[in-house]
Design a protein around this ligand. Structure first.
Ligand SMILES: C[S@@+](CC[C@H](N)C(=O)[O-])C[C@H]1O[C@@H](n2cnc3c(N)ncnc32)[C@H](O)[C@@H]1O
Length: 317
C-alpha cells in the first residue's frame, strides 16, 4: 500500500500518508498544545509584521483573525503593483502558518475592492482579493475549511447602482456590494479536530463552550463599524463570533494587521490572550489610548505591553 502515497487522487494520498507515514514524522520539541510563550502574551508591537515575526517561535499562536490592508484602496496601503501586494500577503501568511499550532485556524477578512478610474475616459478596476489570495494560502499548507459571508445593511455601503438606476442599460449593471468574506483555513494536519479539543482540560472546555443564540448559517448579518481615527475597523460582534467559535479560553489570538486593536480588546474581554502587530505609529498610539479605558484582563500577570521592535527583540531572547 505504501507506494500509493504517490497516487494521483489527493484523498487516496492523504489516507495512505496518515496510515503509513505520519507517525514516522519526528515530533518537534514544542510547548503543550494549550500553552504558549509568556513573552507573547498581551503584547502589541509597533513594527512591520514580517520584521516582528522573525522573533516569534514556531507553533506559538492558537488563532489568527485579521483584515489585511485593502491593496491601494485606502491611504495606508501603498504597494508597487497588485502582484507585489499578493506576494506580500503570501509571505505574511507563510510566516503565520509557521507560528500557528498544529491544526489551528486562520480567518482572513477580505472583499473585492475597486480602484477608482483616473478620468472619465478610463475604467475603474476591480480586484478579487479573496479569490486571488486563496491559491497562495492553499499552496502554503492552509487547508480551506469554510467561506463565511459578512452581510451589511445596504444603506451602510457605497452606492454603485445609481448610474444604472438612471439608464437601465444591460452591461452597465453595478450592484451595491453588501458583503465581505471571512475565509476560514486550518493549518494542514492529519490529526482530527478531536485531537485539538482533547488538548484542553475539562474545565477549560466547559468554560469555553459557546452559549445559546450562536449563528447557525454562513451568512452573518452584522452592522459595520465606523471610527473617527481608523477607516476600516472590525465590528466587535464580528470579532466576538470568530474568537468564540474558533478558540478556547486562555488561547493566544494573533492579528498581524492590528489597526485600532479590536481583536486584542475582544480577546481580552473573552478571557483569551492576544498578540498584535501594527506598523503605523498613529494607530499604535490610538490603540494605547483605547486600552487605558478598559478593565483588567483575567490574566492579571500579563498586563498589556506596547513595544517597539527593539524592545520585543530583547524580550524574545
Ligand atoms: C484593515 S486595517 C485592520 C483594522 C483592524 N482589523 C481593526 O479592527 O482596527 C489594516 C491595518 O494593517 C496595517 N498594516 C499595513 N501593513 C502592515 C505591515 N506590513 N505590518 C503591520 N501592519 C500593517 C495598517 O496600518 C492598518 O492599520
Amino acid at each position: 500500500m505504501r507506494p500509493l502515497v504517490n497516487h494521483e487522487n489527493e484523498m487516496v494520498r492523504t489516507v495512505i500518508y496518515k496510515e503509513y507515514f505520519a507517525k514516522e514524522k519526528t515530533q518537534k520539541n514544542t510547548l503543550p498544545h494549550a500553552e504558549t510563550y509568556d513573552f507573547l502574551k498581551n503584547v502589541v508591537i509597533n513594527a512591520d509584521v514580517l520584521e516582528a515575526l522573525k522573533y516569534v517561535p514556531d507553533e506559538s499562536v492558537h488563532l489568527t483573525f485579521t483584515s489585511p490592508p485593502y491593496y491601494n484602496a485606502r491611504d495606508y496601503s501603498i504597494y508597487p503593483s497588485y502582484q507585489a501586494y499578493l506576494e506580500f500577503l503570501d509571505k505574511v501568511f507563510q510566516e503565520t502558518h509557521r507560528i500557528t499550532k498544529e491544526g489551528r485556524f486562520l480567518i482572513v477578512n477580505t472583499s473585492p475592492i475597486i480602484i477608482p478610474r483616473v478620468s472619465r475616459s478610463h475604467s475603474s478596476k476591480r480586484y478579487g482579493i479573496p479569490f486571488d489570495l486563496h491559491p497562495y494560502l492553499v499552496k502554503n499548507g492552509w487547508e480551506f475549511i469554510d467561506d463565511i459571508v459578512w452581510l451589511k445593511p445596504e444603506a451602510s455601503v457605497k452606492n454603485r447602482i445609481g448610474g444604472f438606476m438612471q439608464h437601465r442599460k444591460p452591461l452597465g449593471y453595478k450592484p451595491n456590494s453588501v458583503t465581505e468574506y471571512l475565509m476560514v483555513y486550518r493549518k494542514s494536519t492529519e490529526k482530527l479536530l478531536d485531537w485539538n479539543m482533547r488538548s484542553y482540560d475539562y474545565q477549560t472546555v466547559e468554560d469555553s463552550k459557546v452559549a445559546d443564540g450562536y449563528e447557525t448559517s454562513n451568512v452573518w448579518k452584522i452592522d459595520p463599524c465606523f471610527d473617527k481615527v481608523h477607516s476600516a475597523i472590525f465590528p466587535v460582534e464580528l470579532c466576538k463570533r470568530v474568537i468564540q467559535y474558533y478558540s478556547y479560553k486562555g488561547d493566544l489570538i494573533f492579528d498581524p494587521f492590528g489597526g485600532s486593536g479590536t481583536v486584542g480588546r475582544t480577546a481580552k474581554a473573552l478571557d483569551r490572550l492576544f498578540f498584535l502587530t501594527e506598523q503605523e505609529s498613529k494607530y499604535f498610539v490610538y490603540m494605547q489610548s483605547k486600552v487605558k479605558s478598559l478593565s483588567q484582563s483575567v490574566f492579571k500577570e500579563h498586563k498589556t505591553q506596547f513595544l517597539t521592535l527593539e524592545q520585543f527583540k530583547e524580550k524574545s531572547k
